[in-house]
Write a protein that binds this ligand. Structure first.
Ligand code: ATP
Ligand code: MG
Length: 423
């Protein structure tokens, strides 16, 4: 036998038994973004490597070690997108969507990062994200948070995710803070891991983001960026908190929340859950007012977030919520005899024409009553429609109720539309 070929490590198939939960999540997302007046943008999966180096930052986990980069046949360095924001800004600049305009955009699709695969962390994963341009906030920052909160309700997971916020201040304030932080970390140099020691020199704020518990315990006592904010950012942040209080949205201020990408400033936030172990962040975002200009456009304020769909699927699954798994069909058509077999597709089409929202499947091939009924039951159909010579002659179908203890009936072809009310 030939050797089977397997999927790439960390890149998952989404099997039919799982697609209903994905569709449930995606459908709710589409409804909620429409509800807030956002428009969809779709960008290519491959971009030039420079785009991510310039936006995400050279000294970040993503650019240092997680990108799928390769030279194409022309020798150009290309990268499978590790995230959506840079792509969105690139497209916005390229097509003149951003200059002097306000845009509320959303996207959804696969992203790629060469990480160690584990529960909630994969090499191909999916993000849904929103981005708003031309709005300084903090009202739009609040809108971002409201969209998240509305989605948790729609998914039935409100109460399972907690909002954490922080402010990174302006670039100048961060530069000043950096000096204070470095001085503090130098004092604990020996206790930092190798990664953090290196970052101390290249990008000290990243040390705050370390997942190493030993480093985290040092960072806990480090001077806080939130105490070194410029006045405008300070004001922006207190207004944000005030609006959230007004709306009754609960949050925690987490001073070591710095995000893994360099382009953020002022507001940053994450929605986290304790139900998924170490991979607890289901949604992360913030402001990136400098990014549009950094990527060659005219300066424009911007804010956005990205949600990891795999983690949401895991979370929704773990709660065993009812009514999400919509498997099987509503109606299964069976043919008794050759004439019926010949006409079955015509009858099935008539059922679909009169009942566009029902899932209708016909038996294919021959088979006695018992065999066909077995298939009908396996299909989870609520109704079996049986067509034989008698039915053909009288222009009827026999309706058998598979989910209820009810006598079968004979239904005229002209009344197929009434099937919907029997489901
Ligand atoms: P983490 O701290 O978990 O590595 P991150 O800061 O790298 O996350 P972002 O780049 O902000 O994550 O991406 C936003 C969201 O996308 C994350 O909160 C998470 O839900 C999801 N995500 C990121 N990387 C992965 C991955 N490798 N597999 C699955 N989901 C991911
Ligand atoms: Mg990461």
């Amino acid at each position: 036998m030939a050797k089977t070929i397997q999927a790439i490590r960390g890149m998952n198939d989404c099997l039919p038994s799982q697609t209903s939960i994905w569709q449930f999540i995606e459908a709710n997302i589409r409804q909620v973004v429409a509800n807030y007046g956002y428009q969809e943008i779709r960008t290519p999966i491959v971009e030039s490597t420079d785009l991510f180096k310039r936006s995400i930052g050279e000294v970040t986990d993503i650019v240092e070690k997680e990108m799928y980069s390769f030279d194409d046949r022309n020798g150009d360095s290309l990268t499978l997108r590790p995230e959506g924001t840079a792509c969105c800004v690139r497209a916005g600049n390229e097509h003149g969507l951003l200059y002097n305009q306000q845009q509320r955009l959303w996207y959804m699709g696969p992203m790629f990062r060469h990480e160690r695969p584990q529960k909630g962390r994969y090499r191909q994963f999916h993000q849904f994200g929103v981005e708003a341009y031309g709005l300084e906030g903090p009202d739009i920052d609040v809108e971002m948070i409201l969209i998240g909160a509305r989605l948790w309700k729609a998914f039935g997971i409100e109460g399972q995710v907690e909002l954490q916020i922080n402010s990174l201040g302006s670039a100048e304030a961060r530069a000043k803070y950096k000096a204070v932080l470095v001085e503090f970390l130098q004092q604990h140099h020996d206790k930092l891991d190798e990664d953090s020691q290196r970052r101390l020199l290249t990008n000290p704020l990243r040390v705050l983001d370390s997942k190493n518990p030993d480093v985290q315990s040092i960072v806990k006592n480090a001077p806080k960026l939130i105490d070194h904010l410029d006045e405008e950012s300070q004001q922006h942040f207190s207004l944000l908190c005030e609006r959230l209080d007004n709306l009754g949205i609960e949050y925690t201020v987490n001073p070591s929340l710095v995000r893994g990408l360099d382009y953020y400033n002022r507001t940053v936030f994450e929605w986290v859950t304790t139900l998924l172990g170490a991979q607890g962040t289901v949604c992360a975002g913030g402001r990136y007012d400098g990014l549009v200009e950094q990527l060659g456009g005219k300066s424009s304020p911007a804010v956005g977030f990205a949600m990891g769909l795999e983690r949401l699927v895991l979370l929704v699954e773990s709660l065993n919520l009812p009514n999400i798994h919509k498997q099987g069909v509503d109606i299964y058509l069976m043919a008794m005899g050759e004439s019926a077999q010949r006409s079955l597709a015509n009858i099935a089409e008539a059922v679909r024409n009169t009942n566009p929202s029902l899932r209708v499947q016909q038996h294919c091939g021959a088979g006695n009553f018992k065999k066909q009924m077995k298939k009908a039951l396996a299909s989870k159909a609520k109704l079996a429609l049986i067509v034989g010579d008698d039915e053909l002659e009288n222009n009827t179908v026999t309706v058998k109720f598979l989910a209820e203890d009810k006598e079968q009936i004979n239904l005229e072809m002209a009344k197929l539309a009434s099937l919907g009310s029997m489901i």
